[in-house]
Design a protein around this ligand. Structure first.
Ligand code: RB5
Length: 155
């Protein structure tokens, strides 16, 4: 089964893009390139982060990766989309455990904070991990979903 990964970057994350796209493809993933397609120092991370989150929550992509300068803005935006479970992880323990325990489906990275080799290690940890499915982890996931449901009712 070919797994589809959505990748989005703003100008802060753009330096990683040319390396990550072919690297992901060489590892057998189909990559949907959600932009930015050119370096533009005035582009805005919400545009790319929302696109990745929507690709993942609609089922167009299995998982998503968003790179901005720090990873913070990308993570804030992605988690506004119901069904997105984005984490900013700059250590491999969190990149793996975020999937296993929290069913994280989007990894956010900061290209001004880490180097490209650590980024690849983090992405590999994230993409190779699977949700545990354990009762306690499902229970917590259900509580997150319930928060989203209450939120949509109070809008
Ligand atoms: C862009 O200059 C920068 O603010 C953005 O990439 C990111 O770091 C936001 O969290």
């Amino acid at each position: 089964m070919i797994r589809v990964v959505a990748l989005g970057v703003d100008h802060g994350g753009f330096p990683f893009k040319n390396e990550l796209l072919p690297w992901l493809r060489s590892r057998g993933y189909e990559v949907i390139d959600m932009g930015a397609h050119i370096f533009d120092s005035s582009d805005d991370y919400p545009d790319f982060a929302e696109a990745v989150a929507r690709a993942v929550t609609s089922g167009q992509a299995w998982r998503g990766i968003i790179v901005c300068g720090s990873g913070v803005g990308a993570c804030i935006v992605a988690n506004k989309v119901a069904g997105a479970r984005a984490g900013l992880c700059h250590d491999t323990y969190s990149a793996r455990q975020g999937v296993e325990h929290d069913d994280m489906n989007i990894l956010c990275l900061g290209a001004r904070v880490i180097g490209i080799e650590l980024a690849k290690e983090l992405i590999a940890a994230f993409l190779n991990a699977e949700f545990s499915g354990e009762e306690r982890h499902r229970r917590r996931a259900d509580k997150i979903k319930a928060i989203e449901d209450r939120q949509s009712k109070t809008r």
